[in-house]
Design a binder for this molecule. Structure first.
Ligand code: HEC
Length: 181
């Protein structure tokens, strides 16, 4: 039994159950790393990056956001103009489980709980095996309020993430397009 549970039981047993336990310190997600060594901390500030686009699947909605270098490149016409995204460009995909809005008068699906955050960053010296892109994904446990890295071993990000992103090799390995707004 951990000390927190023990304290809770002791409080109940002694009739002090009305006393609330101090909250556990929140997880520091910025200490986490993907199996290839790409760290959550490398994407600090991603919550306020600009939106490139949104996407949805049967069960999820996603927001795709780019850092300033990525957005500047998109606005300059990359990758449609045949050029590659610059060093330091980074992009995040934030995925939520979706639900039918319980308050809207018309049918609309809205985010329900956070599922994962996925990152890609350009650093050609560091990621020569994956055409310059480093990949990382962190899964969110909504009940616990914690993230954990997705993937099994050092080759995971290359064999899984990059391998699928090679389908859009001619778009510098990035699926999401930036449309007029
Ligand atoms: C089976 C194919 C597949 C795999 C595997 C995959 N992706 Fe993607 N990824 C996509 C597609 C398709 C999109 C665009 C559609 C969307 O919004 O989900 C995308 C979009 C993204 C984006 C937004 C930028 C972009 O390229 O559009 C990020 C960031 C991303 N993926 C990261 C990852 C990471 C990290 C992994 C590995 C853990 C991964 N992906 C594995 C297919 C894949």
């Amino acid at each position: 039994m951990n000390s927190r549970k023990f304290l809770a039981l002791t409080l109940v047993a002694t009739g002090l159950s009305a006393i609330t336990l101090p909250a556990l310190p929140p997880q520091d997600r910025f200490t986490l790393k993907a199996p290839n060594g790409v760290a959550f901390a490398e994407f600090r500030g991603y919550e306020t990056w600009q939106d490139v686009a949104v996407s949805d699947t049967e069960g999820s909605v996603k927001a795709i956001l780019g850092n300033p270098a990525m957005m500047k490149a998109y606005r300059a016409g990359i990758p449609a103009n045949g050029k590659s995204f610059p060093e330091g460009a980074a992009i995040v995909k934030i995925e939520w489980a979706k639900k039918k809005s319980p308050v809207s008068p018309y049918f609309v699906e809205v985010p329900e709980t956070l599922k994962s955050v996925s990152f890609i960053e350009k650093d050609s010296k560091r990621f020569p095996d994956t055409s310059g892109w480093g990949y990382a994904q962190f899964l969110y446990d909504a009940k616990a309020g914690t993230f954990k890295p997705f993937g099994t071993d050092a080759s995971f990000n290359k064999n899984v993430c990059y391998s699928c992103h090679t389908k859009v090799k001619d778009k510098d390995y990035i699926f999401t397009e930036y449309l007029p707004r």
